[in-house]
Design a protein around this ligand. Structure first.
Ligand code: KMH
Ligand code: ZN
Length: 274
């Protein structure tokens, strides 16, 4: 029997604008409300980005802390902070989300490689990756390792070898971003074969690749992510009503695949996190 499926909701992201979707949640309260509705629908993890008062990505630990607090006041979903933040935010600021010790979250993303990302540069120099992994280790925050290309896996393994990341490892295969792997489900068997034994993994598909990758991941024992960070269209030409609508469809897909959605406590147990 395959493990319960961890459904992650990513309600905001760094790029999605009100022009693209008028309902994208931006303030801590809006984000927490969208997350609570998604938790009610069956999401077990919330991957959150913070926005400032102008709707731009921010790494301000106070905003991240407010989001985490507002979410916890509404539901018991596992909260995961994005340390990717947004392409225009310097890594020194992004590091403070974790190193400040002000943001009480269970998990956070760790992007191991500097890369072209869409039309910009995703600045993850080796000294940032090292310091971020050390800060997560120090503050007992479990990393989600964001793999945009095959070579990124060996960078992750180096951090494991240094004793900075404990098992079980949690990986995201982020597919369909310009500069990274294409959103092709045929890549998943290769990627999964390269993971250390016992790793937990999910497929993240951007826009059109979201559904095909979800089907493939579910068939292969993996986990899935949905939400306005990755896609705002529920079907061709039609915007989703809400993040929770995506989660409800994810729960249906999970059932169709003969699997069950994980609860937040299932995630805590499986990853050994608080
Ligand atoms: N902000 C993007 C460049 C993450 O959340 O850690 C990538 C991203 C990854 O959103
Ligand atoms: Zn993100």
């Amino acid at each position: 029997m395959a493990d319960p499926v961890i459904i992650t909701v990513a309600p905001t992201g760094p790029l999605t604008t009100r022009k693209q979707h008028p309902g994208v949640p931006l303030s801590p309260t809006e984000i927490a409300e969208a997350v609570a509705e998604s938790a009610e629908a069956g999401a077990a993890v919330a991957h959150v980005h913070a926005r400032d008062e102008h709707g731009k990505p921010t790494a301000d630990p106070a905003v991240y802390a407010a989001i985490a607090e507002e979410i916890r006041a509404r539901c018991d979903i596992v909260v995961q902070a994005s340390t990717g933040v947004g392409l225009a935010v310097p890594w020194e600021e992004r590091l403070k989300i974790i190193s400040s010790g002000e943001v009480d979250v269970t998990m956070a993303t760790l992007n191991p490689a500097w890369m072209t990302f869409a039309d910009g540069t995703f600045s993850n120099p080796p000294e940032f990756v090292q310091q971020l992994a050390e800060a997560m280790h120090e503050h007992d925050i479990h990393p989600e390792l964001e793999v945009y290309d095959v070579g990124h896996l060996s960078l992750c393994r180096e951090l494991v070898d240094q004793g900075l990341i404990r098992q079980p490892l949690q990986f995201s295969f982020v597919m369909g971003v310009r500069g990274g792997m294409p959103g092709d489900p045929a890549l998943l068997p290769l990627l999964r074969s390269m993971l250390p034994e016992g790793s937990v993994w999910q497929a993240i598909g951007i826009v059109r690749s979201q559904l095909p990758l979800s089907f493939a991941a579910l068939a292969m024992g993996g986990n899935i992510r949905v939400g306005f960070e990755d896609n705002v269209y529920f079907e061709k030409g039609a915007l989703a009503e809400s993040n929770a609508q995506f989660v409800r469809r994810a729960v249906e897909l999970v059932g169709t695949a003969g699997r069950e959605p994980a609860t937040p406590d299932d995630v805590r147990k499986r990853l050994g996190v608080r």
